[in-house]
Design a protein around this ligand. Structure first.
Ligand code: ADP
Ligand code: ASP
Ligand code: MG
Length: 404
C-alpha cells in the first residue's frame, strides 16, 4: 500500500472555494494510486476567534476546556471536507484525534504526542481511500482532548506519516516553499529547493512558522521526508530531508524572526551560587519557556540578569518573580514586551568565521541596537526593538547575499 500524507493549513481550507482546490490535490494523488491521510487545520482565523472568545468569557480560561474548545476548529474542517469528498464518490471518512487515537501527554495547550495506533489506521486505510484527520489534537490517557500548540497540525501530519511509514508528508500552505526568509516581509526572499532537517529545525525554532518545530523534530527522528508546497499552484516546493552532499553549503541559508518575545531584567540581584536556580526553577515549574539569558559581570557582589519569555507568559513570569524578589535581592524588575529576535541561520557557519561581525555591522548601519546576543554552532540571534524587525530582516538578508 503506497501511503501519502497531505496536510492543508488554515488558508488552504478557508472557504468552499479553497476546499475545492484541496479536493483537486487529493484526487490527483488518488489517481496516482496512493491511499491518503489528509490532515486539516481549522479554517483560517478560527483558532484565533475561539481564543478571543474564551478570553472574553473567562479571565483565565481553564486549560483543559480551552483544548475542547479549540479542537472544534479542526472538527469543522474535517467534517466539511469529508462531505466534499463523498459528494465526488470518494471513499472517505473524518477522524478526530481521539478516534485515531493520537495519544498525548496531559500538557493542555502544548501536548506532546506519545503514541499513534498504527494497526487501527492501517485497517481503516484498507476500507477507505482517504482518511481525513483533524490536525492539532489528540487525547490524554483519561480520554481528555488535548491540543499540540499553535501550528500543531504540521506535527500531527508528520507524526501520522512516521507511524504509517508514508512515502512523503506534503505540507500544503499559502507560500510555495521554504524561503531564505519570510516572503511576506521581504520581497527578495528566494525559495530553497532542499533544506536539511537541522537547518529547518533552527529556522523553525527561531520563528519561521512555516513548519512547527515539533514537526521537524519528528521528521528528523523518523526520517520522514517533508515537501512544503502551495495549495494554489503545482510548482515544486521545498524538500526537507537529511543533509546530503548535493546541498548548497552556503555560509548563511536563511534569516528568521520571532516577535513573540518579552524581556525581563532583574536589577542588582545577589551574585552568588544558587541565584539563577532560584529564578529559573519556579519559572520552569510553571511550564514557561525561557529563551535567551544573559548575566552581566558582577559589581560589588551584585549583577543584572536579563532573559526573554513568550509575550503571553510575561504576566505569569512577573508574578513568579515578585514572590522571590526579596530573596534574590533584586532592587528593581524591568519588563519590556516590545522586543523581537532576529536570527541568521546556516550549517555553513560551522566552517566560516566572521559571520557575527557581518551581522552586527549590518544592524549598526541601520542604527539598530542589539540588546542580547545568543549563538549556537549554526545560528546567531539578536534581540532588538520590535519596531525594527522588518528592517533588520531585510538588512541581514542583503548583508549575507541572500537577495541574489
Ligand atoms: P498554515 O496556515 O498553512 O499552517 P502558516 O501561516 O502557519 O501556514 O505558515 C506559512 C507562513 O509562514 C507564510 O505565509 C509565511 O508568512 C511564514 N513564513 C515565515 N518564515 C518563512 C520562510 N522562511 N519561508 C516561507 N514562509 C515563511
Ligand atoms: N489551528 C491551529 C492553529 O491555528 C493549528 C494549526 O493550524 O496548525 O494554530
Ligand atoms: Mg502553520
Amino acid at each position: 500500500m503506497r501511503i501519502l500524507v497531505q496536510k492543508f493549513g488554515g488558508t488552504s481550507v478557508a472557504n468552499l472555494e479553497c476546499m475545492l482546490k484541496v479536493r483537486e490535490k487529493v484526487s490527483a494523488a488518488l489517481d496516482k494510486g496512493y491511499k491518503l491521510v489528509v490532515v486539516l487545520s481549522a479554517m483560517s482565523g478560527e483558532t484565533n476567534r475561539l481564543i478571543d472568545m474564551a478570553q472574553k468569557w473567562s479571565p483565565r480560561p481553564d486549560p483543559a476546556e480551552m483544548d475542547v474548545l479549540l479542537a472544534t476548529g479542526e472538527q469543522t474542517s474535517v467534517a466539511l471536507f469529508s462531505m466534499l469528498l463523498k459528494d465526488k464518490g470518494i471513499k472517505a471518512r473524518s477522524l478526530l484525534g481521539y478516534q485515531i487515537p493520537i495519544q498525548t501527554d496531559k500538557s493542555f495547550g502544548k501536548a506532546r504526542i506519545l503514541d499513534i495506533d498504527t494497526d487501527r489506521l492501517e485497517q481503516m486505510l484498507s476500507r477507505f481511500d482517504v482518511l481525513v484527520a483533524a490536525g492539532f489534537q489528540g487525547c490524554d490517557c483519561e480520554q481528555r482532548i488535548t491540543t499540540l500548540g499553535r501550528g500543531g497540525s504540521d506535527t500531527s501530519a508528520v507524526a501520522l506519516a512516521a507511524a504509517l511509514k508514508a512515502e512523503m508528508c506534503e505540507i500544503y500552505t499559502d507560500v510555495d516553499g521554504v524561503y531564505t526568509t519570510d516572503p511576506n516581509i521581504c520581497s527578495r526572499a528566494r525559495k530553497i529547493p532542499k533544506i536539511a532537517y537541522d537547518e529547518m529545525l533552527e529556522m523553525a525554532s527561531m520563528g519561521a512558522k512555516v513548519l512547527q518545530i515539533r514537526s521537524v523534530e519528528f521528521a528528523k527522528k523518523y526520517n520522514v521526508p517533508i515537501h512544503v508546497r502551495s495549495t494554489f499552484s503545482d510548482e515544486p516546493g521545498t524538500l526537507v530531508i537529511q543533509e546530503d552532499e548535493t546541498m548548497e553549503s552556503a555560509m548563511v541559508s536563511g534569516i528568521a524572526y520571532d516577535k513573540d518575545q518579552a524581556r525581563i531584567t532583574l536589577v542588582d540581584v545577589y551574585d552568588e551560587p544558587g541565584i539563577a536556580a532560584r529564578v529559573f526553577e519556579p519559572i520552569a515549574a510553571a511550564n514557561i519557556v525561557v529563551d535567551m539569558i544573559v548575566q552581566n559581570p558582577s559589581r560589588e557582589g551584585r549583577t543584572d540578569m536579563t532573559f526573554t519569555v513568550p509575550k503571553s507568559s510575561l504576566e505569569d513570569t512577573l508574578a513568579i518573580i515578585e514572590k522571590i524578589k526579596t530573596d534574590i535581592g533584586a532592587r528593581d524588575i524591568l519588563a519590556d514586551p516590545n522586543v523581537a529576535k532576529v536570527s541568521v541561520i546556516g550549517v555553513g557557519m560551522r566552517n566560516h568565521s566572521g559571520v557575527a561581525a557581518i551581522a552586527f555591522s549590518a544592524l549598526k548601519n541601520e542604527n539598530i541596537n542589539i540588546m542580547i546576543i545568543s549563538t549556537s554552532e549554526i545560528k546567531i540571534s539578536c534581540l532588538i526593538e520590535e519596531k525594527y524587525t522588518e528592517l533588520a530582516v531585510r538588512t541581514l538578508h542583503e548583508a549575507f547575499g541572500l537577495d541574489k
